[in-house]
Design a protein around this ligand. Structure first.
Ligand code: ADP
Ligand code: ASP
Ligand code: MG
Length: 421
């Protein structure tokens, strides 16, 4: 008993029947004596459809108007879900992000939550209502509607759980938890009972769409533990259990796995700056300009310097989201004239395969095993980067699925217990 924040993603509310099922799930939880705050996404693929509508009008829509447009999807959902609850005789009220007190910065399409004024939500809870909140949206200091980046309803839910000091936070989606790989790509993938913030953070950064990256950063920052569950599972009042993956600050001590999961990111671009002068300050100059353009860089690799007529040069390769490619190239072409002889090349026919696990850095041979899996399939590795708990390899896009399955099999992440060596 206490405050429960639930979040339902687009796939959970794709049809009228699904709204009704979600409403029954909420009603059951309310009946257990909880104060319910529910964050909901736009139905089905509506956000993609809204983006398509804008594209049919203009190639370069204003980010402010895109936010006005995209925020409408969630507004439809809150009204429909609240009506479904009313049909069940449950007292409920819908609130848009701004009505629910979400204050953000003014970075349209990727705004960050600055504060949530929970006065209204608390007042509705005190009146005994289930509060249905539109995810993905807020209001900036100019009074304009903003959105929180794709998948941003996850961030709305986690932040609301933090600001309300909720007793429980449940993220419902179309799979019953976080798996050792995307179950749509790897049918043998196994559900994890628990996963740490750091692991899911790296999985999300590596392209596993199950939770938005920013939302996991917020969970870690605010210490919000949550559970990922399936909205499609049998309802509790039909005998179904609430069983998913718990996302926790620290794994239980008996959890000694080395690798927890494999992730695939197919929406990457690989850019290389060739022939940069090999002297202090060059990387700074290039990456400062990219940072100022708000481009998130991922794998960054500099080759060893080589001598030539104009002094030593080096090549720097990096990856970024494919959506950021045009901006990144514009920035690179703007700064390159400062470095005579340097040029930029890019490749979008690539994908990133990563392994994530808390034992990656502390166990011998983990990297070799990943490379062996790829070698056995004759898959070439084009870039490699690593962190304490992650190793990523860039491969040809056409070989990416095969690569994910080979790596998943090599670490025996499927139905078998992983071998601890
Ligand atoms: P929602 O609409 O509920 O926000 P998403 O489509 O954003 O749902 O995220 C759920 C999807 O994430 C799943 O359908 C699954 O295909 C994908 N996914 C990717 N990696 C994983 C993983 N490791 N575990 C579970 N699901 C994953
Ligand atoms: N509807 C938004 C999107 O599709 C936000 C979300 O679903 O989390 O990105
Ligand atoms: Mg999502």
């Amino acid at each position: 008993m206490g405050i429960v924040v639930q979040k339902f993603g687009g796939s959970s509310v794709a049809t009228p029947e699904k709204y009704r099922r979600v409403a029954r799930r909420i009603a059951w939880k309310k009946k257990q004596g909880n104060d319910m705050v529910v964050v909901v996404s736009a139905p089905g693929d509506m956000t993609d459809e809204l983006i398509e509508r804008a594209r049919a009008i203009t190639e370069r829509p204003s980010p402010r108007e895109m936010d006005v447009l995209m925020a409408t999807g969630e507004q439809i959902s809150i009204a429909l879900l609240t009506m479904a609850l009313h049909e069940l005789g449950v007292d409920a009220v819908s609130l848009t992000g701004p009505q629910a007190g979400f204050q953000t910065d003014d970075h349209h399409r990727a705004a960050k939550i600055r504060n949530i004024d929970t006065t209204r939500v608390r007042r509705e809870l005190a009146g005994g209502k289930v509060v249905i909140v539109a995810g993905f949206q807020g209001l900036d200091e100019h009074g304009d509607i903003t959105t929180l980046g794709r998948g941003g309803s996850d961030a709305s839910a986690i932040a609301l759980a933090a600001y309300l000091n909720a007793d429980e936070c449940q993220i419902f989606t179309d799979v019953d938890g976080v798996y050792s790989a995307d179950p749509r790509l790897v049918p043998t993938a196994r559900r994890l009972d628990e996963i740490s913030y750091d692991e899911i953070l790296e999985l999300a950064a590596a392209g596993a769409q199950v939770m938005q990256l920013r939302s996991v950063e917020l969970a870690k920052q605010y210490g919000v533990e949550f559970e990922v569950l399936s909205s499609l599972a049998p309802l509790p009042d039909e005998g179904g259990e609430e069983r998913g993956t718990k996302v926790v600050a620290k794994l239980s001590p008996n959890n000694n796995r080395i690798v927890s999961g494999v992730a695939l990111d197919s929406k990457v671009a690989h850019i290389t700056l060739l022939g940069l002068p090999d002297r202090p300050g060059v990387a700074y100059k290039a990456f400062k300009a990219l940072g100022d353009a708000r481009i998130n860089l991922d794998m960054i690799v500099q080759s060893a310097g080589t001598g030539c007529g104009n002094g030593p040069t080096a090549d720097i390769s990096f990856t970024c989201a494919r959506d950021d490619l045009d901006t990144a190239l514009e920035v690179c072409n703007r700064i390159l004239p400062e470095f005579p002889g340097a040029r930029v090349v890019y490749d979008t026919d690539v994908a990133k395969v990563s392994i994530v696990g808390s034992g990656v850095a502390s166990n011998y041979g983990v990297a070799a095993k990943m490379f062996e899996a790829l070698a056995e399939k004759d898959i070439n590795i084009e870039l490699i980067t690593g962190s304490e708990i992650k190793i990523s390899c860039l491969v040809r896009a056409s070989r990416a699925m095969e690569a994910v399955r080979a790596v998943h099999d090599k670490f025996q992440l499927g139905d078998l217990e992983p071998i601890v060596e």
